[in-house]
Design a protein around this ligand. Structure first.
Ligand SMILES: [Mg+2]
Length: 263
């Protein structure tokens, strides 16, 4: 298998899964107009159709990815947020780490684009190919892209953080004179740095490998720095797949950010 084919496969699978999720959401919401009308506020957390749509989205996306990966890469292992981890991946050289739907809470809301599909390939603990699709923005970011080094047009740097665990982002912001904004989905935040909408993504808490793996490999391909909050490289396909802290940054901010977090 050539690496080039893996880059294309990751990109195709992330795009196709995103399309499937958009179709599913539109189909369900079209059947229930009252549910669609309820989304006039950002913080709508309804049950009913909305609650089941979150679950259905997770399941449909997971099943599609598992089916396609077992068909197209039958010898590879898979670690999915929605799958049962039988640990067979620990003996595999090639492991796909996928989050079929990152940001499931935002997914049922037709006014939110803060959800993503993560597909990454790890070889011997190292992410080597991957893609993040952001279907609500009609974008697929992948390791097929070449590095972008456009200078930022902002007067002040912008740091993105999750809605919880904002403290680390505020520490970095104080050091480099940045603004902090929050939004959902690790993939969406990391890709906002890739696209130049933001300058850093700082996550102070724990997360799982499927939250960060595809965003990491895509951000690296785009020329960005990626590490934990101590500035160390993250190891993937660990027996317990958690990571403590995650940062994606434009290279000019990395050193100051890690120094601020360490002090
Ligand atoms: Mg998920």
């Amino acid at each position: 298998m050539t690496p080039d084919e893996d880059h294309h496969l990751a990109s195709d699978l992330a795009r196709q899964t995103g399309e499937l999720l958009l179709e599913l959401r539109n189909r369900v919401l079209d059947q229930d107009d009252s549910e669609r009308r309820a989304y006039d506020g950002y913080d709508y957390w309804g049950g009913g159709v909305t609650g089941s749509l979150r679950w259905e989205g997770d399941q449909a996306a997971h099943e599609f990815l598992m089916k396609e990966l077992s068909r197209l890469r039958p010898d590879d292992a898979v670690l999915s947020e929605e799958g049962r981890d039988d640990r067979s991946r620990l003996n595999a050289d090639r492991v796909w780490i996928v989050d079929p739907l990152d940001g499931s809470n935002d997914y049922p809301n037709p006014n939110s684009s803060e959800w993503a599909v993560h597909v990454a390939l790890v070889v011997d603990g190292e992410p080597v190919a991957g893609a993040v699709s952001v279907p609500g923005q009609n974008q697929v970011y992948s390791t097929l892209m070449s590095p972008t080094t456009r200078p930022t047009a902002r007067d002040k740097p912008l740091i993105l953080s999750g809605r919880s665990a904002v403290r680390a982002a505020r520490i970095v912001a104080a050091e480099i004179g940045a603004d902090v904004a929050t939004c959902g989905s690790a993939g969406v935040k990391a890709m906002a740095v890739v696209s130049g909408v933001a300058d850093l993504y700082v996550h102070g808490g724990w997360m799982y490998e499927w939250d960060s793996c595809a965003p990491e490999v895509v951000a690296r391909a785009a020329g960005l720095d990626v590490s934990n909050l101590a500035g160390e490289r993250i190891e993937y396909n660990k027996s317990y797949p958690e990571i403590a802290g995650f940062m994606v940054s434009r290279p000019e901010f990395t050193e100051a950010a890690i120094e601020a977090l360490g002090s």
